[in-house]
Design a protein around this ligand. Structure first.
Ligand code: QV4
Ligand code: CA
Length: 520
């Protein structure tokens, strides 16, 4: 069972004194793997297969899965993706599959070296307007109006309404930390995490998943929870399952806090608990690659902390996420997504080549966008589904792309190969920077890898010091090494480490990347 708050407080202080409090910052990826991929709304059966047939063989470190717990099922709008952000209980049946399918996926992914990270919704239950009945993914009865969730069980006592001071009961002003944490986010019934009982239920839910073999959690809506309450819940978490992880490993925690500056709550308040999503990263890199606001790629020489981002050891980075790729959450119009594939591939490539942060790749489904006055009226549309609302499987085409509306950005050659690049250069310093004082830049990672971008409107033709050992390398963007042949451009590195690069601004992908394992 769960630990009492006093025990966990003592444990926390002990852990802090021993200097082990950074344990929850480690993703525990296996065998030198690095990148995480968010398989948004995928079914457990498809993720298990993807681990075995693609993620394991291509060196991906882990998968962020959609919330596995019981959620509301909505008819209006019809089965939106965001119904999964409205918990009904901690039973493990969801739109992605059953508890057995979840267990099978966790086991099979771990067995091929791929970790599972769970999207944990612990700030709230369903919306206040969620009604009464059993329109929920395991069929549990609930009543949102009276705040009754017997399958947990939670009752009215377990929610924050008595503490919230706004007239509407909603968060009205993000300048007031009390409102942000004690009032309702978008009408979602706000849990009282100050209560031992609630803390215990949350820890129990997370511990069931840890015992099954997950490696950690993306924790939803952390801005809306008090760090002190979260400290107690996380202090109660088990160590990872020793069938796959070293003895004494703590779950990896990465917290969703959107801190673009200018609010009362800052990301810093959460650093001791685990990593934090760095939302400035994608917003800024999108602005740079789009060349908006006078930004130039050459200014990214000091990319990372030099741009005012959080400390490297705290950051979880991404180009887009499931919210801001469709106008939810934060980041605005500069966010690059699969809808802008040419710039998107460069931005994801840049992220995966750069040492800052733990990197997460997005894998999306396509939907019918319908803009009215600049707003996408279809931003709610759920994953590819059958007429009864069940999610469609992910079919793999003969050319290895995905069918039925699944985008599978992680399978795009350029992105997959850059995930491998990140593993090959892991631990190497950012080195041998070059730029043309505009939008052509290059940098290396010690003597293990080198990347060159041309985001100008003219050709790049330059000889650069790569820092790499002499030899012929295969560019993993225009092609890749297959056996001992190269399906893309070849790059000749001289014995002094210098190589000539030529990248037309008209190239399909105007960037080139080579690494130690793409040597011919
Ligand atoms: C609406 C109104 C309310 C009204 C209510 C009446 O907004 O004012 O009282 O109807 O019933 C959906 C609807 C939203 C609706 C709400 C409750 O979009 O209109 O309220 O349900 O019925 C996702 C979606 C939300 C969705 C939510 C729950 O993005 O649109 O709300 O799921 O289904 C902030 C936070 C940050 C958050 C981000 C989106 O600081 O934490 O906003 N991001 C995370 C997730 C995100 C998720 C949630 C948090 C909530 O990444 O996907 O929201 O779990 O920046
Ligand atoms: Ca809250």
């Amino acid at each position: 069972m769960w630990c009492s708050s006093r025990e966990s407080m003592r444990l926390f202080i002990l852990v802090a004194l021993l200097g082990l409090s950074r344990a929850q910052h480690n993703p525990h990826t296996k065998n030198g793997r690095t990148a995480i991929v968010h398989l948004f709304e995928w079914r457990w059966a498809d993720i298990a297969a993807e681990c075995e047939r693609f993620l394991g063989p291509n060196g991906f470190g882990g998968v962020q899965i959609s919330p596995p717990n019981e959620h509301i099922i909505l008819n209006n709008p019809w089965r939106p993706w965001w119904q999964r952000y409205q918990p009904i209980s901690y039973k493990l049946c969801s739109r992605s599959g059953t508890e057995n399918e979840l267990k099978d996926m966790i086991t099979r992914c771990n067995n091929v070296g791929v970790n599972i990270y769970v999207d944990a919704i612990i700030n709230h239950m369903c919306g206040a307007g969620g009604g009464e009945g059993n329109h929920s993914s395991c069929g549990s009865w609930f009543n949102a109006g009276t705040k009754d969730f017997p399958s947990v069980p939670y009752s009215g006592w377990d929610f924050n309404d008595n503490k919230c001071k706004t007239a509407s009961g909603e968060i009205e002003n993000y300048g007031d930390a009390y409102q942000v944490r004690d009032c309702r986010l978008a009408s979602l019934l706000d849990l009282a995490l100050e209560k031992d009982y609630v803390r215990g239920k949350l820890a129990e839910y997370m511990n069931v998943l840890i015992d099954m073999g997950v490696a950690g959690f993306r924790v939803d809506a952390c801005k809306h929870m008090w760090p002190g309450d979260m400290t107690v819940v996380f202090g109660c978490l088990h160590n990872l399952n020793t069938r796959w992880f070293p003895d004494g490993s703590k779950p990896f925690i990465y917290q969703e806090v959107i801190d673009m500056g200018g609010e009362s709550i800052t990301a810093k308040e959460y650093f001791h608990l685990g990593r934090v999503t760095e939302f400035k990263y994608g917003a800024k890199l999108g602005t740079v690659f789009r060349k908006w606001n006078g930004e130039k790629l050459c200014y990214t020489r000091s990319w990372g902390e030099g741009w005012g981002f959080m400390p490297d050891g705290n950051a979880l980075v991404f180009i887009d996420n499931h919210d801001n790729q469709r106008g939810h959450g934060a980041g605005g119009a500069s966010i690059l997504t699969f809808w802008d594939p040419r710039l998107y591939k460069m931005a994801v490539g840049y992220m995966l080549a750069h040492p800052y942060g733990v990197a997460r790749v997005m894998s999306s489904f396509r939907w019918n966008r319908h803009f009215v006055n600049g707003k996408d009226e279809n931003d709610w549309l759920g994953p590819p589904s059958n007429a009864d609302g069940s999610t469609k499987p992910v079919p793999i085409n003969p050319d290895q792309t995905c069918g039925d509306g699944w985008v599978c950005e992680h399978r795009w050659r350029q992105i997959k190969n850059m995930a491998i690049f990140r593993n090959v250069v892991n631990g190497q310093p950012h080195s041998n920077w070059w730029d043309n004082q505009n939008n052509q830049v290059a940098f290396g990672r010690g003597d293990r890898g080198f990347i060159v971008f041309n985001n100008d409107d003219w050709d790049l033709n330059v000889t650069l010091n790569t820092g790499m050992p002499g030899g012929t390398y295969c560019d993993v963007i225009s092609g890749q090494k297959e056996g001992n042949r190269c399906t893309g451009k070849q790059i000749q590195v001289d014995n002094d480490g210098r190589a000539h690069f030529s990248i037309s601004n008209k190239d399909e992908d105007p960037f080139v990347a080579i690494h130690a394992e793409s040597k011919l």
